[in-house]
Write a protein that binds this ligand. Structure first.
Ligand SMILES: Cc1ncc(C[n+]2csc(CCOP(=O)(O)OP(=O)(O)O)c2C)c(N)n1
Ligand code: SF4
Ligand SMILES: [Mg+2]
Length: 320
């Protein structure tokens, strides 16, 4: 009989305000399963404050701090300092923020938290736009995607710029642990949360969270679309610990990116040439990741206390 690796305890109430098929709700559920009840979550302005904490209710069985949009990194540094001052040692401090609140407006706050070596976990749930305010593009919106601020009209063909490679920015800070996670692969997701829980120092998780209204797909398709993001190589699953990179889901052959694009209205306008160009970029990114994994396995493990400097400070280079 298959062994259940995902803790059965639920730390999220069933009644919450997410849209049907919201993967951001699943991501929180899996994070809390991996961390357990001694957890404090800091939430900035984002869909999750609406999903989880419309006053005076809460969808979470753990304590929550609602913080300003740009301040999640600073908030979890402050929570950790307060816990230390009070002698509270057994609590996990987690920042759970959207892509806009992390990769754009909150980037300096995240960088500060990583650089100060704050003992906390930062999770970016990435629905690839500012969803709570009506699907505006973010730095994490992928190339070609329609949003309300990257329209498809006349010569405008969705977002012209590529997705910001936040993992590369995070890895330049040499966190103790960083990983990509995807609710369509829940065992991999929870295993990474549990790994992060067992470490001390700054830790970071990048969670891809498909969003039915923002990506324009039927809510029954969430898990399949999330799986396709990884199976096509668009969102590879890997982890970096002590500066060593390990791919956690590998495929002998990637599925064509078209399989992913075809299921979402935000990419419905892409023509053959555009899909071919994006396919070439994804294939090159996957091959780069494989090379990087192989190169980083020869690298000596860096200790948290003696972080590399100078020429040795080059972080692993994930696919981008
Ligand atoms: C300083 C500031 N600017 C703008 C806003 C308005 N605002 C609230 S949520 C949000 C979008 C959040 O996007 P993201 O972080 O990606 O989370 P999502 O809504 O997609 O879950 C914006 C612009 C705000 N609350 N504070
Ligand atoms: S808009 Fe998207 S991310 Fe926000 S609650 Fe709905 S499905 Fe979730
Ligand atoms: Mg978002």
């Amino acid at each position: 009989m298959a062994k259940l690796t995902i803790p059965p305890e639920e730390l999220m109430f069933a009644g919450h305000a997410a849209c049907p098929g919201c993967a951001a709700a699943l991501a929180m559920r899996l994070v809390l399963k991996g961390l357990g009840p001694r957890t404090i979550v800091a939430l900035p302005a984002c869909c999750w404050t609406v999903i989880g904490t419309p006053f005076p209710t809460t969808a979470l069985r753990v304590n929550v701090l609602d913080n300003a949009f740009e301040a999640t990194g600073a908030s979890i540094s402050g929570l950790r300092a307060a816990a230390d001052a009070l002698g509270i040692r057994d609590v996990q401090i987690v920042g759970f923020a959207g892509d806009g609140g992390t990769a754009d407006i909150g980037l300096q706050s995240l960088s500060g938290m990583l650089e100060r070596r704050t003992n906390a976990i930062y999770v970016m749930y990435d629905n690839e736009a500012y969803m709570n305010t009506g699907v505006q593009r973010s730095g994490e919106t992928p190339a070609g995607a329609w949003t309300t601020t990257t329209p498809v009209r006349g010569r405008a063909r969705g977002k012209p710029e590529p997705k910001k490679d936040l993992m590369r920015i995070v890895l330049a800070h040499h966190p103790v642990y960083a990983a990509t996670v995807n609710p369509s692969f829940p065992e991999d997701f929870v295993a990474k949360v549990e790994r992060a829980r067992g470490l001390t120092g700054p830790r970071f998780l990048h969670a891809l969270t498909p969003c039915p209204p923002g990506w324009k797909f039927d809510s029954a398709e969430t898990i399949r679309i999330g799986a396709l993001a990884t199976e096509t190589g668009l969102f590879p699953l890997y982890e970096v610990e002590a500066d060593r990179l390990r791919i956690t889901r590998r495929f002998s052959r990637l599925k064509p990116v078209r399989d992913y694009f075809d299921r979402q209205g935000r990419f419905a306008h892409l023509d053959e040439a555009e899909i071919e160009r994006l396919q070439r970029e994804v294939t090159a990114g996957w091959e780069r990741l494989l090379r990087e994994e192989s190169a980083s396995s020869d690298r000596p493990r860096s200790a948290e206390v003696s972080r590399p400097t100078g020429a040795d400070a080059t972080p692993p280079v994930p696919a981008g």
